[in-house]
Design a binder for this molecule. Structure first.
Ligand SMILES: Cc1ncc(C[n+]2csc(CCOP(=O)(O)OP(=O)(O)O)c2C)c(N)n1
Ligand SMILES: [Mg+2]
Length: 428
């Protein structure tokens, strides 16, 4: 740029480039993260107008104190049985993740994504929604499928892309699609599920149905245009939908500041759209449950959509293809001030006399066994690298109801080339 255009009486313009607070080797101090007490947040009526949610969008709805006591207006006062069920679903999700992560390292699948530290986000929501409410998750809400009782072997078959994979190996591992569990196909293209959830919710309302939709995306994904068009449609038509933003602080190696976290909260995005925005302690499963139940009632009574920000922390790498040691301090996961969701619910259940260490250890052993048994079953259907698990000509199936001529032509050409090559694949 030439100096001629620059006015000497004005400072040169400059951009702000966000920089995370801690890099590898840095000592972590999260003292600046505000953790308000459990009684700080008010619980409005589910029919209240969206413009009254300012303090909820900037505050933090919490039910569980760090010492395990529950309280405040948002305490859902649910039975110990339901609390134990959520504890188990979180433990099962963690055990599943652990085992599938290891399976990837053993070369049994090409890819896996854990939800370590974020289990409350999906398990708490699944417990609050009706089992036939339609969910449009991102790739880190396996806890919903597990809570809804999807057989672990089915999930593993998909991860292994084996003979038992209902998707015939056509989706990346973990991109499940489970119609029977009202679980929409996971897409790798970030945030596409947001407008799809709104469209589904609008259709549900247009048909006079009673089912609502819920969708999830990461905080990084809110930078996608789809997030914003979904919010506009949902607000204009008061679509019966719940938007969840899982703010786990990281989008692969980009920190939340690159999606706008330095300037405002993600729940506050709702304000500009006239949507109720609530920021929730995402490591407090009772708070997630309570906020989801609130938002579900709002949607079900035609009072409008809700955007819930789940303030949490991605305790592991983004996926098996990532190495967080390259870009963030190793001290972060342990320093996270909102702790671990399983430990927090466990402490609460012990505090109220409904749980103990022995039962917890027994539960951990049981879920580990359950996962191990499911894995054994799934591996009977094959693992990565052990040949072709689907007939080669099925490669072209399942995209169009009727295969168009150009695909039929390509399919025939492929099979002819395979036959000519003498490879065994062509003969099924
Ligand atoms: C449209 C699109 N852009 C980029 C990517 C590559 N990508 C995959 S995951 C990811 C990070 C997403 O971070 P966030 O939304 O915070 O979700 P998280 O992984 O933390 O749950 C990126 C950039 C993609 N899959 N799709
Ligand atoms: Mg993220």
């Amino acid at each position: 740029m030439s100096d001629a255009s620059r006015r000497s009486n004005l400072p040169p313009l400059a951009l702000h480039v966000p920089e995370p607070k801690f890099r590898p080797g840095d000592t972590v101090d999260f003292a600046q993260v505000a953790v308000p007490p459990v009684d700080a947040a008010r619980r409005p009526d589910t029919a209240d107008a969206a413009h009254g949610f300012h303090e909820l969008a900037f505050g933090l709805v919490r039910v569980l104190d760090m010492d395990g006591t529950a309280g405040g207006q948002w305490d859902p006062r649910i039975s110990p049985d339901l609390k134990r069920q959520m504890l188990r679903n979180m433990a099962l999700t963690r055990a599943f993740d652990e085992r599938m992560f290891r399976a990837q390292r053993q070369g049994k699948t090409s890819f896996y994504m854990k939800s370590l530290g974020e289990e409350a986000v999906s398990v708490g929501a699944a417990a609050a929604l009706a089992s036939d409410d339609m969910v449009f998750p991102s790739y880190r809400q396996q806890g919903i499928l597990i809570s809804r009782g999807c057989p672990l072997t089915d999930m593993m078959n998909q991860i292994y892309s084996n003979r038992g994979d209902k998707l015939q190996g056509k989706q990346l591992p973990i991109m499940y699609s489970e119609k029977g569990y009202s679980f929409f196909s996971i897409s790798g293209n970030l945030t596409t599920q947001y407008p799809q959830a709104v469209g589904w919710a609008m259709a549900s309302a247009a048909k006079g149905d009673t089912r609502i939709a819920a969708t999830w995306c990461g905080e990084g994904s809110t930078a996608e245009g789809d997030f914003h068009s979904a919010c506009t449609f949902a607000s204009v038509y008061r679509a019966p939908v719940i938007f969840n933003v899982v703010n786990n602080q990281w989008a692969i190696s980009s920190f939340s500041g690159f999606a706008g976290a330095e300037a405002t909260t993600f729940a506050a995005r709702a304000i500009g759209y006239g949507i109720a925005g609530i920021r929730v302690d995402g490591n407090d499963v009772l708070a997630v449950y309570a906020a989801t139940l609130w938002a579900a009632e709002r949607a079900r009574t035609n009072a409008g959509p809700t955007l819930i920000e789940h303030f949490t922390y991605r305790a592991e790498g983004h996926s098996t293809s990532d190495d967080p040691g390259q870009y963030r301090s190793e001290g972060e996961p342990n320093a996270w001030p909102l702790g671990d969701p399983i430990k927090r619910l466990k402490a609460h259940l012990i505090t109220i006399g409904e749980w103990d260490e022995e039962r917890h250890d027994a539960m951990d052993r049981e879920v580990a066994e359950q996962v191990k048994a499911a894995q054994k079953e799934a591996e009977k259907n094959g693992i990565l690298g052990h040949g072709l698990h689907q007939p080669l000509d099925s490669l072209f199936d399942g995209v169009f109801e009727e295969m168009p001529w150009h695909l039929r032509e390509q399919q025939a050409q492929m099979l002819a080339e395979e036959e000519a090559s003498g490879r065994p694949w062509a003969r099924k």
